[in-house]
Write a protein that binds this ligand. Structure first.
Ligand code: HEC
Length: 156
């Protein structure tokens, strides 16, 4: 084999290995943003139920979605290569999210716990108890955003 062939082959192998690693970094960013956005739709639904007429079934559905997304292992979506804008995707994740594994683990586990608890409380249909647990959940969202998400002037 001449040098060019070897180089071409090496490039091909590297490209194949990369392709086998799964979704592209810009897709990982899109997935995690979609996950948070979908949770936000569902926290909004619960809030509306607490402020208006309470529909037990709708709150159960929304709480179950949040618990499922919270427990889906979203940490995998913060893979190396997704720390900064890539492709056409921007990110609001702070650099600390990628380095402070212990701190992130803490807020993520707390969030997961509150989300699981909310799903349990929602199943009882006790609106007053849901209100209390919903407050804890929202605090857990904010706890992570405070340290690991870049604040923007506008609200998402
Ligand atoms: C473990 C940390 C963490 C928790 C918990 C968390 N978030 Fe986030 N959230 C982030 C990070 C980081 C981003 C920025 C993601 C990016 O831009 O790559 C984000 C982004 C968002 C966005 C913007 C998504 C977009 O379209 O760009 C919304 C909305 C949001 N979060 C809502 C929530 C809600 C609601 C909860 C609780 C139910 C929650 N988040 C819990 C870390 C967290």
């Amino acid at each position: 084999m001449n040098k060019t062939t070897v180089a071409a082959l090496a490039l091909f192998v590297a490209g194949t290995a990369l392709a086998q690693q799964g979704p592209k970094p810009e897709d990982l960013i899109a997935f995690r943003q979609a996950g948070y956005k979908f949770m936000a739709w569902n926290t909004g639904r619960i809030k509306a139920n607490l402020e208006g007429s309470y529909n037990k079934e709708e709150v159960i559905k929304a709480a179950n979605v949040i618990a499922a997304v919270a427990g889906s292992g979203m940490g995998a979506l913060f893979a190396p290569g997704t720390e900064k804008a890539v492709g056409n995707m921007h990110t609001h994740a702070k650099p600390a999210l990628f380095t402070d594994k212990e701190g992130v683990g803490k807020v993520a586990m707390a969030f997961n716990k509150e989300a699981g608890e909310l799903a349990k409380v929602a199943a009882t249909g006790d609106a007053a108890a849901v209100k209390v647990q919903f407050g804890k959940l929202v605090e857990a969202c904010k706890a992570c955003h405070k340290d690991y998400r870049v604040e923007e002037k506008h609200e998402h």
